[in-house]
Structure formats: C-alpha cells, structure tokens
Design a protein around this ligand. Structure first.
Ligand SMILES: [Zn+2]
Length: 357
C-alpha cells in the first residue's frame, strides 16, 4: 500500500511539477508574448510616430511649396501688371506726342495762313497807299489869304484824356442832366484813344481851314483839359463862330460796323429847331465830301436832340463821326498819314461847299 501511496505521491508530485512547469512555461510564454506584444506595440507606435513625422514634414514641405508658388505667382502678377502699366504709360505718352505733333502742325498751318493773310493785307495796304497818294495828289491845294472868307469855324475835337462824370443840362432850360464829357472809344487795332484821333484830325483841319482863308477857333489844342460839352458850345458862341464842326469817332461792340455819319439837330430838336435846316445842310456837305475823299462808307445825316454840345450851339453845328475805331479797317485807315490828309481835305471841301466856295 505504501508503495502504492508512494507511487501516487510521486505521480502527484510529478503531476504538480508538470503543472508548475506548465504554468511556468505558460507564464514564460505569456511573458514572452507580452514582451513581444510590447515590442510590436512599441514598433507600431514608433512607426506611427515616424509616419506622423513624415507626414508632418511632407505637409510642411507642401506648405512651403505652396507658399513659394503663391509668392512666385504674386511676383509674376506684379511683373505683369507693371509691364501693363508701362505699356499703358508708353501708349499714353505716344498718344500725347501724337496729339502734340498734330497741334504743332495745326499751329504751323494757322501761322502760315496768318502770314499769308498779313502779306496780302500789306500788299493791299501798299496798293491802297499808292492809290491814296495818287488821289491826294489829284486834290488841288486851296489857298486863300488869312481870314479872307470872313467866316469863323469852331472846331471841337471830341473828348479829352480824362472824362468828367459831372452833370450839366442837356440843353437850354432842360431839367435833363447829362455827363459833362464821356470817355470816348478807342482803336481796336491801333489802340489809339478817340480823344487823340479827334485832336490829330482837329489840328490838321485847323491848318487846312486857315490855309483856305477861314478864321478857326479850337475848343481845345491838347488832351489834358477839362472842358464840358456845354462849355465847348459856349466857346463857339463867344468866338462868334459861323459854323461848328464837332469831331468824334464811333465805337460799338461789333467789329463789323464801319463807316462815317454826321449828327445834326433836326426839326424836332426842342432847343434849336431854328438851326435844323442850316445844320443839316452843313452836315450833308461835310459827310458827302468826306466820304468822297476817303472812300469811307457813307452812313448819312442823322437827326439828334439829346446831345449837349449840339443843343447848346448858337450856330449851324454838325458832329462828324469819322469812322468806327472798333472796325479794324476803319481804325487802321484813320491812323494812316495819307488817309488822314484825305479826311481833312474832305471835311474842308465840305465846309467850302456849305459856304458856296
Ligand atoms: Zn465821341
């Protein structure tokens, strides 16, 4: 029995040992497997970290590439837009220089036209000048002894260097007050003021009339005076004038108006209706011979009842508008020496005609 029991014991022990061995083996295995698992997990983790880092660096690379691309694109865009604006500015400057060239060509053509026009005008002037000189030579010089005609002519060169805005009655007994002396007009081409032209012609006429035997009284012999229109009429009255000639020139806004006219009191003048007939006669003689001598357009005799210098007159009076200083041709003519002599001849001839000489 004992042996049997010992055998059982041995078997049991062996079994137990086997079991222990088995357990240990399993444990070892398990441990080993756990280790292996751990290793594998570590490896997987390592690999995943590696992958992640690879992916990260790839992403970073991609990002860099993207950034580089967009910088390059931006630069290209910038370069393109700069090139475009350069092109545009080149185009603009080309257009500008084309325009400039065109403008210069136009100006050159205008200048040429102007030069041709001036040459034509100069030729015309020379031809006219020759014509005027010929015409002047055709006039016989009238010469009579001083004072021989017995007539006293008052010459009133219109205006003065400075107008006078003071007032005076426009005629005897009138309540209507008018400016004493207006400023007058001026030459649109010559720039000569009316008061200078009227004095020039007035002084020339004085000499011409004296040569023709008239006694002449001047209302003024210089520009620097202050004599109102009424006072001018008074000078004629005081001198016992047998006729008064008032010298003026016209001026209007338009350059086209031209020619000469004469203003006289007419029968409806409330102050001196008794002088209407003789004044009209005087005016008609003057304007006709003046325009015949000069070739100036004849605008005729015009009745007037509101001019102080006419209304205060006590002798036949005519106000001659020599021509339009605002008309380039009239203005230029009236500054021409030969033309001025013809003007004076014409006026003097008219006065001779009026007095029947
Ligand atoms: Zn005037």
């Amino acid at each position: 029995m004992k042996e049997l029991e010992n055998g059982k014991k041995k078997l049991l022990i062996t079994g137990m040992i086997l079991i222990i061995i088995a357990i240990c083996t399993a444990g070892i295995f398990a441990y080993g497997s756990h280790k292996n698992n751990q290793k594998a997990a570590a490896k997987v983790q390592e690999e995943s970290v590696q992958r992640a880092s690879q992916e990260q660096s790839l992403a970073a690379q991609k990002e860099q590439e993207q950034e580089a691309r967009s910088i390059a694109e931006a630069e290209l865009q910038k370069a393109l837009s700069e090139a475009q604006s350069r092109d545009e500015s080149i185009a603009a400057s080309e257009a500008e220089s084309r325009e400039q060239a065109q403008k210069e060509a136009e100006e050159a053509s205008i200048a040429q036209e102007k030069a041709e026009q001036e040459a034509r005008e100069e030729q015309e002037r020379q031809a006219q000048g020759a014509g005027l000189a010929e015409r002047l030579a055709g006039y016989e010089t009238v010469s009579r002894p001083a004072g021989s005609t017995g007539d006293i002519i008052c010459i009133d060169p219109g205006h003065q260097s400075r107008g006078n805005n003071g007032k005076e009655p426009e005629g005897p007994g009138s309540q209507t007050m008018k400016t004493k002396v207006a400023g007058g007009t001026g030459g649109v081409v010559s720039g000569v003021p009316e008061y200078q032209l009227t004095l020039t012609i007035g002084m020339m006429l004085k000499t011409e009339l004296q040569n023709r035997g008239y006694t002449v009284v001047m209302t003024r012999e210089s520009n620097d005076v202050d004599i109102s229109n009424k006072e001018r009429a008074d000078i004629a009255t005081a001198a016992g004038a047998t006729a008064t000639i008032r010298i003026h020139a016209d001026g209007v806004d338009s350059a086209s108006a031209s020619g000469a006219s004469v203003l006289v009191p007419d029968s409806s003048n409330p102050y001196i209706p008794e002088l209407a007939g003789s004044s009209s006669q005087l005016g008609s003689c003057i304007i006709n011979s003046y325009c015949a001598a000069t070739g100036m357009k004849n605008r005729g005799v015009v009745g007037s009842d509101n001019m102080t210098g006419i209304n205060w007159s006590t002798n036949p009076v005519a106000l001659l508008e020599l021509g339009f200083m605002t008309n380039p041709t009239d203005d230029a003519n009236m500054q021409d020496d030969t033309y001025q002599q013809l003007m004076v001849h014409g006026i003097a001839d008219g006065i001779d005609a009026y007095f029947g000489r």
